[in-house]
Design a protein around this ligand. Structure first.
Ligand code: CU
Length: 190
């Protein structure tokens, strides 16, 4: 009997915060509504890659790729070989593939990969500014010039940092990485 009571108290104690939240929401629905609006104002996007630090840094300089090697990284040579074969590494990616937001929402893009990317809005998807990675697609105008173009450089995200995209109008927006042009996503603004 003692055990049963103790169990009941434990369960009731665990439920208490949830019950309290529910009661609060019911008592003040407007407050609850505001919470939802606040949480919807920033939408998170992540950029991921699997650059292999050993081969990338040998080719591009120390500290270019800061990935933690997990045993399944893409070597510098393989990145180019796979892109040229039309089967670029799908683990170099923006997530989610499609983001649906309300107008006014801030899109925050964080680079959780090991190397720099760009999050560049383009009229239509196409090639980036490193031609051998383009699988034959022409460089899109928004990526032309690479980082020597201020417009392109402004869309760069360094590893571990983030950029905020604001002021997106209603409609569908296309974003791609000007370095790895198979990294693509749509942002649908309602
Ligand atoms: Cu990229």
């Amino acid at each position: 009997m003692k055990t049963a009571i103790a169990k009941f108290c434990l369960v009731a104690g665990g439920l208490l915060p949830a019950v309290a939240m529910l009661a609060l929401g019911q008592a003040d629905p407007e407050q609850d509504h505001r919470w939802h609006d606040d949480s919807a104002r920033v939408a998170q996007v992540v950029a991921l890659d699997e650059c292999d630090p050993t081969t990338f840094n040998a080719a591009l300089g120390p500290d270019f790729c800061k990935n933690i090697a997990l045993g399944y990284s893409t070597t510098f040579a393989n990145l180019f070989a796979e892109a040229a074969a039309g089967t670029p590494d799908p683990n170099w990616d923006f997530e989610p593939d499609t983001l649906k937001i309300k107008e006014g929402t801030i899109v925050s893009v964080v680079d959780q990969g090991g190397e720099p990317h760009t999050f560049t809005e383009v009229a239509s998807f196409g090639g980036g500014f490193i031609v051998p990675l383009n699988d034959g697609q022409a460089t899109v105008p928004e990526c032309a010039g690479g980082f020597s173009s201020v417009a392109v450089a402004k869309t760069r995200i360094l590893q571990g940092s983030s950029v905020q995209i604001t002021g997106l109008k209603k409609g569908t927006h296309h974003f791609e990485c000007c370095i790895h042009p198979w990294m693509r996503m749509n942002v649908e603004v309602k």
